[in-house]
Design a protein around this ligand. Structure first.
Ligand code: PMT
Length: 692
């Protein structure tokens, strides 16, 4: 999870600073890039040299490098980092962070930080228990920082109590948890509505409400911090856009908000509808200011505004997620549940004006998250923390969705029974999550995709192995792997399984980040990984069907050929004709060429006739298999540069040795002649036929 992440580690002047060295080591070991920023006081507790040696980066603590005169830009660090940790954080630094006293590089970096900030306090128990510390930490939470609570234990003062900086291992865990949650939102497009709407009565008056936009803006910020691409459709508020990756669209009325939100939802993965949208708007709008002298009273005719939530709920596609809010004054939960169902929401966030500190304009909120199954009540928190709870809930829906996408219904009978392994031993570092997630996703993708329209019972499916070995892995998710792919078919009437296909592919390069959805589309071969898997799935099925009926696998082999031909133009390794006589493109190109029709006939004769007969009458079976080898040879003679006949003998060599060693001298001689002619490099195996 931390591989490739850029972490700013802020260290302040506390005896716990020595633990920062352990934290740096753990972060680096987990694959993170660490930039240490120290306060001047921290340098009294731990030598910068230790930290620069462990992190591999020069430690920063002054605004200027006195020797080079170089400016250490806190702004650049704020944009560079994926997270900032301040550990240990002293009471003094915490106070400065609260009030914005930017008198050192660490606090200025904190104030410029665009990434999530984790604060691990360390101080004496009385200092920690002091109301000003409590208030300051509450304030830091309200600013959206993550506080990693100190542990209780013996302190530097030899007193025992709460104030000891959390152990580096646990700080690392908090960071990993954050990144694993945010991975689910990475690259997702989220539309958020915020603030009130104004419905104009005349040029100077409107119907509006008290929404300040704080809740919606906090959600936009949290989604952006988790890597989402956010479109914030905002009613009139006096807030600034809280993150650079938020695209803000300012609107005024409910109908403008409806238009903007509907447009954005079409390409979005999720929408969170937090705006307080007016339910009614004046039927007509006066072009001039309505005069008081108009009469005793004024009657406004109102008509309903479009219900944005209900309209998106009706448009929602199965992979999209929709979250609403319910602002209630009475019968809160029942009303919220009614809205959840009526508007086709995935979950609704209930806030009640009966709860003190909840709802309009305040910095806090108290919410209950309600979905079809349960209600989860949260205590009063800052709106930034509430946003974090909501986004966490949304992330879990995306993780569940990911699994749902690759787990089809039982009705979708599948035809591969694949065993997937992924060996990442060659990759250094302790964090194996991306490999674990990839393995699980591959497993589900291969075994649960409907590759054919044939309905197979579980026991009839084709047994195959996909064994990946990760050769290299880069922080941007680029993988280089080798893949051993093999399929086996049980021989009728015996306990023996014969290899139908086996090949080691050394040219697999693709990009994958944990939780990326694996999805194969025939019209989009850009993801080399899914194209490669689909290619082998069709190849395995095609070869298998060729063994069942003469040329029986054409439909699937043509699919494999189409993938190979389509992928050629992309230039990904393994697909290029001419670059290798043995790559996957060449295998299918050869096999489907008219010159190798005899080889395809051999597949049928060898397996269906040869083996079927062999298990009743061994000699006859062997004679049929010998005849099928003549077909193989004839294809090979027609296309001598072809790789497939050689490959076939590679994976069948033990089987062939076994079969022909039992033949008479004439049969052996003939078999060795053909086999050596096609694949002389396996002569040591063919010698066994003669000598056994
Ligand atoms: O902005 P703040 O000052 O921080 O205050 C936050 C908030 C109180 C506005 C926010 O937490 C909140 O509750 N927002 C929803 C307010 C609301 O309109 O609730 P509702 O129960 O009337 O509407 C239910 C849902 O339908 C909401 O998701 C709303 O956005 C949506 N809706 C309502 C009417 C309409 N015409 N279109 C809609 O999409």
């Amino acid at each position: 999870m931390l591989k490739g992440k850029k972490i700013v580690l802020g260290i302040t002047g506390s005896i716990a600073a020595y633990k920062a060295a352990i934290l740096v080591r753990l972060l680096v070991k987990a694959g993170a890039e660490v930039q240490v920023v120290m306060t001047p006081a921290a340098r009294e507790f731990i030598a910068p040299l230790t930290l620069s040696t462990l992190s591999g980066n020069a430690v920063l603590s002054e605004f200027f490098n006195e020797r080079s005169g170089q400016w250490n830009s806190h702004v650049d660090l704020g944009l560079w980092a994926d997270a900032m940790i301040i550990a240990p954080a002293t009471a003094a630094t915490i106070g400065k962070m609260v009030t914005g006293v930017a008198d050192n590089l660490l606090v200025t970096t904190y104030l410029s930080m665009k990434a999530p900030v984790f604060v691990a306090p360390a101080m004496d128990l009385d200092m920690y228990a002091h109301p000003s510390t409590t208030r300051n930490l509450e304030q830091l939470k309200a600013y959206g920082n993550h506080i990693i609570e100190p542990a209780a234990g013996e302190l530097a003062s030899h007193l025992v109590g709460k104030g000891r900086m959390e152990e580096p291992e646990n700080i690392l865990l908090a960071l990993e948890e954050h990144f694993s949650q945010s991975a689910a939102l990475k690259g997702k497009k989220v539309v958020i509505t915020a603030g009130p709407t104004y419905e104009k009565i005349d040029p100077v008056r409107f119907i509006g409400n008290y929404s300040s936009g704080k809740m919606g803006y906090a959600l936009a910020r949290e989604c952006a911090l988790c890597g989402a691409d956010v479109t914030l459709v905002s009613g009139p508020v006096s807030l600034s856009t809280p993150h650079p990756s938020i695209h803000r669209i300012d609107v005024e009325s409910a109908s403008e908000m409806y238009e903007a939100t509907r447009n954005a939802f079409d390409t979005a993965d999720a929408a969170i509808l937090c705006a307080a949208v007016a339910d009614f708007t004046p039927d007509t709008r006066a072009n001039e200011k309505i005069k008081r002298e108009k009469g005793d009273g004024l009657t406004l005719e109102l008509r309903p505004t479009p219900d944005i939530a209900a309209s998106l709920g009706a448009l929602k596609r199965p992979e999209q997620r929709l979250v609403g809010f319910a602002l209630e004054t009475n019968d809160a939960e029942a009303n919220a549940r009614g809205k959840l169902a009526k508007k086709n929401l995935d979950f609704i966030v209930l806030n009640s004006l009966q709860d003190k500190g909840a709802g309009f304009a305040v910095d806090t909120n108290k919410v209950t998250i309600i979905d079809a199954e349960k209600s989860t009540e949260y205590p009063l928190k800052s709106k930034l923390e509430v946003a974090r709870d909501i986004v966490k809930h949304l992330s879990t829906l995306f993780i569940a969705l990911l699994l749902l996408m690759v787990v089809p219904t039982v009705a979708d009978a599948q035809e591969l029974k694949a065993n997937v392994t992924l060996n990442s031993e060659k990759i250094q570092g302790t964090n194996t999550e991306v490999f674990d997630v990839l393995k699980t996703s591959l497993d589900e993708f291969i075994n649960n995709t409907k590759w054919t329209n044939f309905e197979f019972e579980e026991f009839e499916r084709i047994a195959c192995n996909f064994s990946f070995v990760v050769e290299s892995y880069a922080e941007d998710g680029t993988f280089e792997c080798t893949l051993m792919v093999q399929s086996l078919r049980p021989v009728y009437g015996s306990s023996y399984s014969t290899p139908v296909f086996k090949y080691q592919d050394n040219e697999i390069k693709f990009k994958y980040m944990a939780y990326d959805r694996l999805e194969f589309r025939e019209d989009n071969l850009d993801n080399n990984l899914t194209a490669v898997i689909a290619f082998y799935a069709y190849l395995i099925i095609g070869f298998d069907f060729d063994t069942m009926g003469e040329l029986g696998g054409s439909e699937y082999l043509n699919k494999a050929l189409n993938i190979a031909s389509g992928a050629q133009s992309l230039g990904s390794p393994g697909w290029q004709s001419g670059t290798s006589t043995r790559n996957r493109f060449t295998i299918i190109d050869d096999y489907m060429s008219s010159a190798l029709i005899a080889v395809r006939q051999m597949m049928y004769q060898y397996h269906r006739q040869g083996f079927d007969i062999m298990y009743q009458q061994a000699d006859d079976g062997r004679a049929t298999i010998a005849k099928s080898l003549e077909l193989l040879n004839s294809g090979y003679q027609d296309r001598p540069l072809s790789y497939f006949p050689k490959l076939f003998l590679e994976y069948k060599q033990d089987e062939l040795v076994n079969i022909f060693s039992k033949g008479d001298a004439k049969e052996r001689k003939k078999a060795v002649e053909i086999l050596s002619g096609i694949n002389p490099s396996l002569s040591s195996s063919w010698d066994k036929i003669s000598t056994n």
